[in-house]
Design a protein. Structure first.
Length: 398
């Protein structure tokens, strides 16, 4: 067969379409791409495609298919009157579909969507509801509840994530709930926003637009190994026994060379912040850690897991003063103290990267730790770390 010119090929494709083929099958038989076929068909007088109902096959239309049932069209009021009569008579979705010339699935979905609590289907009410659902543009859910918007803004100002807000609303609210995706859309799509335009700065990453999860970031640990995390007892991993902590430093800007120490209890997620006004050398970190952890009872300071920083060079003194074992992560493995890493990420809401952390007083750190410890945590079934720690203390006292 001689090779056809583009004009002749187009005529062949159009002929197949006029015979009742679909776009895909006509393009395949003519040997053209599907995108090119769509462009050609759109240029042929913008003819409306007649799509078959209830089947994806190719070939001529069934002779017994009603004319009004051969196009994909919304249900009319007449269709809904027929559905209402069929439902009242107890007919099946397939029988009703055959009567009105529509697919049984269309009928089944229509009835399920508009059936009343008493089991009746009313055509007029269903038709009005369908018109409301088709109206565009639809208002965002948060735009209908300004009070909820103010509550979400207050929570995010305290560092709550959209997912945590969604979980708390689902647990506590009997009327209005909102998904975390709706909150993100209000933050990132300016035309749909009902929240403050600057609220994205309260997110842990502070981004004004979304980014793909293309790369993960790791904090380098170029220091020589001291103790191995593999030497920890098994009770640390399953979080069954309280008193095992993970720690690290939150670093400030390079110019300030400031830092804040963080300690997180693995079972309760209770957080202690170490004030380091005189720098973060090994002596200052050891002094702050001993001072803060001595406030805890002995059964709540069993072990500490730290990253490979030189700030813990005096680990022997810490172990002796606290009577607690101290373990170090493997090289380049910050994920081995994941509880502390996640907590540090939450703390960045108050302690921004690149900022001067020496401006925060001990009272400021205590206030931030109190706010974080009173926040519901999904990992604790929305209990707070403070409540969990109090429970552990009462259990020990009993």
């Amino acid at each position: 067969m001689p090779k056809l010119l583009p004009r002749e090929l187009r005529e062949v494709f159009v002929r197949y379409m006029c015979e009742g083929e679909t776009i895909r099958s006509a393009a395949a038989r003519a040997g053209v791409s599907k995108s090119g076929a769509w462009q050609w068909w759109g240029e042929c007088g913008h003819m409306e495609l007649t799509l078959r109902v209830g089947t994806r096959g190719i070939g001529p239309w069934p002779a017994d298919l009603p004319e009004e049932g051969r196009t994909r069209r919304p249900l009319s009021i007449d269709d809904r009157v027929g559905i209402a009569a069929g439902v009242k008579q107890g007919a099946s979705a397939q029988e009703i579909g055959e009567d009105i010339g529509r697919d049984k699935t269309t009928v089944w979905r229509e009835v399920r969507r508009n059936i009343s609590p008493d089991g009746a289907y009313r055509a007029a009410i269903a038709h009005r509801a369908a018109a409301r659902r088709r109206s565009r543009p639809k208002p965002m859910k948060l735009s209908l509840h300004p009070g909820l918007c103010r509550q979400i803004e207050a929570w995010m100002d305290d560092g709550w994530s959209p997912k945590l807000i969604s979980d708390v609303l689902a647990r506590d609210s009997d009327t209005v709930t909102v998904s975390h995706e709706t909150i993100y859309q209000n933050l990132y799509v300016q035309t749909r926003g009902s929240l403050r335009a600057d609220l994205h700065r309260c997110l842990s990453l502070g981004r004004s637009r979304r980014q793909t999860r293309a790369r993960g970031r790791r904090d380098p640990s170029p220091y020589k190994e001291a103790f191995k995390i593999s030497e920890r007892p098994a009770e640390v991993d399953d979080r069954a026994v309280p008193g095992h902590w993970e720690g690290d430093l939150i670093m400030g800007g390079t110019a300030s060379n400031s830092a804040i120490g963080t300690l997180v209890e693995r079972t309760s997620r209770f957080t202690i912040l170490l004030h380091l006004p005189d720098g973060h050398n090994s002596a200052a970190v050891a002094e702050a850690m001993i001072r803060e952890m001595r406030k805890l009872p002995e059964h709540l300071r069993r072990s500490i897991t730290w990253d490979r920083g030189r700030e813990l060079a005096k680990y022997a003194e810490i172990q002796l003063a606290l009577d607690a074992d101290l373990y170090f992560c493997d090289p380049h493995s910050p994920w081995q103290r994941g509880t502390n890493e996640n907590t540090n990420r939450l703390l960045r809401h108050w302690f921004k990267k690149g900022s001067d952390l020496s401006t925060h007083s001990a009272e400021d750190l205590a206030k931030v730790a109190g706010t974080l410890n009173s926040r519901p945590r999904p990992t604790l079934n929305l209990a707070t770390p403070a409540d969990k720690l109090n429970e552990l203390l009462l259990t020990a006292a009993t």
